[in-house]
Design a protein around this ligand. Structure first.
Ligand code: SF4
Length: 347
């Protein structure tokens, strides 16, 4: 079998723990998704990640606690002001706690994410976090997915029990969104400075994005030291302004996951690699984290994604098992075996 000497050099180095640089990642992402070379990249991404993360998988869950026409106006999101059909609504604290109880019941959840729109009531959110923190097992961490906030707010979030925050400078931020990329970066710096784990992602990937655009976004996560790196494709939403571009395949997404996993070898802060939405190709290309989802979801036209696009914890557990992972990592650092018997656990 003959492949390019450049590809062999990059993949050999990755297997020795040296991640590819930006030019090398661009080359890897320019290879066709259906090529032998792309399959080799995924295979090495998979091997490197399993070795790095000891074949342990991470289950996360997200509850969208409100919906509204969002001033972020992101052209890829169902809630974007100007094209959304959603009106203002929010989960009550009781509903939020009920969903948190379901997600955490089996004891396998690493972290529970609470998601709002770009603008949100900060004091209300602190109250929700405080109540959720008291209600869920101590071993499950809490992560927030909000609009921009400053260092003082980041410290207050930490003070009520938040462990981490998801925050991304998205592909074509400021062009396909109404948000300021510099403000997004300032929030990321606040997250890091407050000592919160910073969850990042190369998203939302569409067919129109060049390899170089993807690489620049991937490396922002590495340069700022992300706790979680990831890749997410943009889901085709017929009513969204970007619908005309279509959607990449899971196979192409797996290629990006693999490049994220390899590039992240150069980021000692990275503890896991996620793929959104959960899928087996991503979990055999370097990802070891997926999200169960309930409530509002920017990729779903249903008001409650649970039972629709959103997977539950049992579904995530099964997907990890099928992908060959042998343990689940919990939020307190302990791990439990993942085997055929544990698949029978509820929920
Ligand atoms: S992706 Fe987030 S910020 Fe953008 S419109 Fe949707 S909810 Fe708002």
């Amino acid at each position: 079998m003959q492949t390019s000497p450049r590809l062999t050099r990059i993949l050999d180095a990755a297997l020795e723990g040296r991640g590819p640089n930006k030019d090398e990642c661009t080359y890897l992402l320019e290879l066709p998704a259906d090529s032998l070379e792309a399959s080799m990249i995924s295979a090495v991404g998979d091997a490197a990640s399993r070795r790095r993360f000891r074949n342990q998988a991470v289950i996360l869950a997200q509850i969208g606690i409100e919906t509204a026409p969002c001033p972020g106006a992101c052209k890829f999101c169902v809630f974007g002001e100007g094209h959304t059909t959603f009106t203002q609504s929010e989960l009550s604290l009781h509903e939020t706690l009920e969903r948190a109880a379901v997600f955490t019941a089996g004891g396998d959840l690493y972290a529970l994410f609470l998601m709002t729109m770009h603008t949100f009531g900060f004091e209300r959110l602190l109250g929700v976090v405080d109540a959720v923190r008291k209600a869920i097992p101590p071993a499950t961490q809490i992560v927030v997915n909000l609009g921009d906030f400053d260092l003082a707010q980041a410290r207050r979030l930490k003070g009520v029990g938040v462990d981490g925050a998801y925050h991304v400078v998205r592909l074509r931020e400021g062009t396909d969104t109404s948000l300021d990329p510099e403000l997004r970066k300032a929030t990321i710096r606040a997250i890091r400075e407050a000592g919160l784990d910073w969850y990042y992602c190369c998203e939302p990937i569409g067919p129109e994005h060049s390899a170089r655009e993807l690489v620049d976004q991937i490396f922002l996560g590495i340069e700022y030291g992300c706790f979680q790196h990831a890749a997410m494709r943009r889901v085709y939403l017929p009513q969204s302004p970007l619908a005309g571009h279509g959607q990449i395949t899971e196979r192409r997404l797996a290629q990006v996951v693999a490049v994220v996993a390899l590039a992240s070898l150069g980021c000692p802060e990275t503890r896991n690699i996620a793929v959104h939405e959960p899928n087996l190709l991503g979990l055999t290309a370097g990802a070891n984290a997926v999200y169960a989802e309930a409530g509002a979801n920017p990729r779903d036209v249903e008001k409650d994604t649970e039972g629709h696009r959103g997977l539950d914890v049992a579904g995530c557990r099964k997907m990890f098992y099928e992908a060959g992972f042998t343990a689940l990592l919990h939020g307190d650092g302990a791990a439990s075996d993942l085997n055929a018997a544990s698949l029978r656990k509820e929920p």
